[in-house]
Design a protein around this ligand. Structure first.
Ligand code: BGC
Length: 707
């Protein structure tokens, strides 16, 4: 690639750092000379020097753009096609927050593999996924795209997605390069308002917020996208500490960096760059390679290099990273790579992929409450009420290639299984049902309430201050109870919600947005074809006033020892307990699991020892099922305050009825270590507290000493 670089003009090099939408190549440039082309101060020559494309419709479109571009390219450097394939391409899997609720990184790897296989046939070379932003604030709309509040879960899921997309060899026609985002700390937007300021100490950044991206990089992801927010007052897109010190020096990352949409130009609005020219200077100096959507680089880098403001070396390094990725993807030999209209038509939504979407969806729902009404007997008659009673919009945000109209509704699925609902009708509140409707509802033994958020109430730029059920939905539970019926709530939503008003329901099943096969999965769960096994990846608060509430908080000087009888001057609220309504790791099953006989291989260990932790898990029935054994540690005396209890490992296992399994974890020094503010990994001798169990309210505890 170095030889190629030597042949390139300054203009050609800078072009490689510009990313445009396919529109520029598909439109008639003469006619379109107004609009975006003028806004970005581009001309045809600049457009045809672009190095990469954002988003593409299908294989035919991709091949058309690539061929048109290459015809004009002096050095025949192919375009790189990037796009947001977030939780599926045309076969849509559960939204990432739901995926994390599977507590099964193998499941995430499987989704990423299917997604890459489909997307590659349309000519996508790199996906802007995984999103590894840690989030402790459910008001933030983008928590739907995250893996939740745990650094460990985020890291494991981000790494698994990277492995699934890239598949060990980028040259394979069904591999797609992964670009982790949004580096860094985007999930800590103040007040949960998207794009808002972030103010994080280096300590929280290094010990919690960076972990997801760090693991994605460790897993070999080839790209890193910068975040919109500032860190320490400097927008991430031009943040040298993040892009050079952390990413390159501390982590040894040698892939490419890319801005978020327009985020280089937004440094002007942030008040750190005066104009696009200064933004360009700051971007390249800080270590930003590709500029997405805006045009600071293409219009201004040349003047900075020619005037000696910027060393050519910086430009060459950035361009080389782009060319290297193109080479590693095999684009110089085969510019269309996996794009093939015929293969595309037989690959997307292949029955195997839809089957995977169905199985994965069933693994991601979380049974929040159940008084024993679930699972249902197929002989029981049901009615379906609520705003999503006939919902097919189960794909969730960022599923732009997926089709809603091909998703069956729950009523359709039940009917196909011979369990036709006696009544199924959409309504925003019970008042909308007529007397005649109510007569029909009375015929049901059990009422399913399809409640929650519309599909577009979470995602980018969709934050909320009130995270209760929208509108008058809470009225449904008392309405159903007034008819003397049992109410089962099926929740769809992209964030933890405040559910205080519906706790009276007989059962609440959190179904998030489960994707193309959501309704089949929900039907399986309702009737016990699948035993629920999801666990919350994020705490559900009792009220917005409790936010942030998360499992691995630091101790305070005035701990609240007894939530039922708090002292006077302890850390507490006057009007609510400190604990969330549904804690991180919570999730019920139809089986009665019991965890017993916790044992540790030693009471004292040295730094190079391995500690074996074992526990029995027993399934008392009545169904076989999966459960998640969670292991938490707490380091009560360290050089800095450490979380009272933090998830350090977990395993999802299948247990047959009346079976007892001995589960073994091996902890080494890495599991006991944490990051200091400068990124170094340390551990402190002394007592370590340990908890193991399959639910946060049923943990066995022990302790050991690190010498
Ligand atoms: C989002 C990114 C996304 C990009 C490209 C931005 O608005 O923040 O997550 O990858 O657009 O579509």
């Amino acid at each position: 690639m170095k030889t190629l670089l030597e042949q390139m003009t300054l203009h050609e090099k800078i072009g490689q750092l510009m990313q445009l939408s396919p529109f520029f190549f598909l439109a008639d440039l003469e006619k379109e000379a107004a609009g975006p082309i003028r806004e970005l101060h581009l001309d045809e020559e600049k457009i045809y020097s672009a190095g990469s494309i954002l988003g593409i419709g299908n294989a035919a479109e991709m091949i058309a753009v690539q061929s048109k571009y290459l015809e004009r390219s002096r050095l025949k450097i192919p375009l790189l096609f990037m796009a947001d394939v977030i939780h599926g391409y045309k076969t849509i899997f559960p939204v990432p927050l739901a995926l994390a609720a599977s507590w099964n990184p193998d499941t995430a790897r499987r989704c990423a593999r299917v997604s890459a296989t489909e997307a590659a046939t349309s000519g996508i070379h790199m996906t802007f996924s995984p999103m590894a932003d840690l989030v402790r604030d459910p008001r933030w709309g983008r928590c739907v795209e995250s893996f939740g509040e745990s650094p460990l879960l985020s890291g494991r899921f981000a790494a698994a997605m990277v492995e699934g997309y890239q598949n060990g060899d980028l040259k394979r026609s069904d591999s797609v390069a992964a670009c982790v985002k949004h580096f860094a700390g985007y999930g800590a937007a103040e007040g949960g308002r998207d794009y808002n300021t972030v103010d994080l100490s280096r300590q929280s950044l290094q010990s919690a917020y960076l972990e997801g991206y760090r693991q994605a990089v460790k897993a070999g992801c080839r790209g890193v996208m910068t975040a919109f927010n500032p860190i320490e007052g400097i927008p991430c897109t031009v943040n040298r500490y993040l892009l050079r010190d952390v990413l390159r020096t501390q982590w040894g990352f040698d892939g490419l960096t890319i801005s978020d949409y327009d985020s280089l130009a937004e440094t002007i609005a942030h008040g750190v760059a005066e104009d696009p020219s200064q933004a360009a200077l700051m971007g390249l100096e800080a270590g930003l390679d590709i500029e997405m959507a805006s045009s600071c680089y293409i219009n201004h880098l040349e003047e900075h290099i020619r005037s000696g403001n910027l060393p050519l070396k910086l430009l060459d390094e950035a361009v080389l990273r782009v060319l290297t990725l193109k080479q590693d993807l095999g684009l110089f030999d085969n510019p269309n790579k996996g794009a093939d209209a015929l293969r595309e038509s037989t690959t997307v939504q292949h029955p195997d992929h839809l089957r995977a979407a169905h199985e994965v969806a069933a693994e991601c729902a979380v049974l929040l409450t159940n008084d024993g009404t679930l699972p249902l007997n197929p002989a029981v008659s049901v009615a379906i009420l609520g705003p999503y009673a006939l919902a097919v919009k189960t794909n969730g945000p960022w599923s732009w290639h997926g089709y809603h109209d091909e998703n069956p509704s729950l009523a359709e699925v039940l009917t196909a299984r011979g369990i036709s609902p006696v009544f199924a009708k959409i309504a925003g509140c019970p008042e909308e049902y007529s007397d005649h409707d109510i007569d029909r509802i009375r015929k049901a033994d059990v009422v399913l309430l399809a409640l929650g958020e519309p599909e577009n109430w979470s995602g980018e730029a969709h934050s909320r201050t009130d995270i209760g059920l929208p509108g008058r939905q809470a009225e449904f539970v008392p309405f159903v109870r007034s008819l003397g019926k049992k109410a089962i709530v099926l929740l769809q939503n992209g964030r933890p919600l405040v559910l205080e008003e519906i706790l009276d329901a007989s059962a609440i099943l959190e179904t998030w947005f489960l994707g193309s096969r959501a309704s089949e999965a929900i039907a399986d769960l309702l009737y016990g074809v699948t035993n629920p096994s999801g666990r919350l990846p994020m705490s559900f608060p009792r009220s917005v006033g409790q936010i942030p509430v998360y499992h691995d908080a630091l101790p305070t000087g005035r701990p609240n020892q007894n939530e039922n009888h708090p002292g006077e001057y302890v850390t507490k609220y006057l009007d609510a307990p400190n604990s969330p309504r549904f804690a991180f790791g919570h999730g019920l099953s139809y089986s009665r699991f019991e965890v017993r006989n916790l044992s540790l291989s030693a009471s004292k260990i040295r730094k190079d020892d391995v500690l074996a932790v074992e526990v029995d898990i027993i399934n008392h029935g009545p169904l076989a099922g999966d459960t998640v054994i969670q292991l938490y540690l707490g380091d009560p005396v360290a050089r800095i305050s450490r979380p009272v209890r933090q998830l350090v490992t977990f395993r999802k296992i299948h247990v047959a009825v009346n079976e007892t399994l001995r589960v073994r974890f091996e902890l080494d020094i890495h599991d006991l270590s944490y990051r200091l503010a400068d990124g170094t990994l340390v551990c402190d001798p002394g007592r370590i507290n340990l908890w193991v169990g399959d639910s946060p309210d049923r943990l066995l505890s022990s302790a050991f000493v690190l010498e």
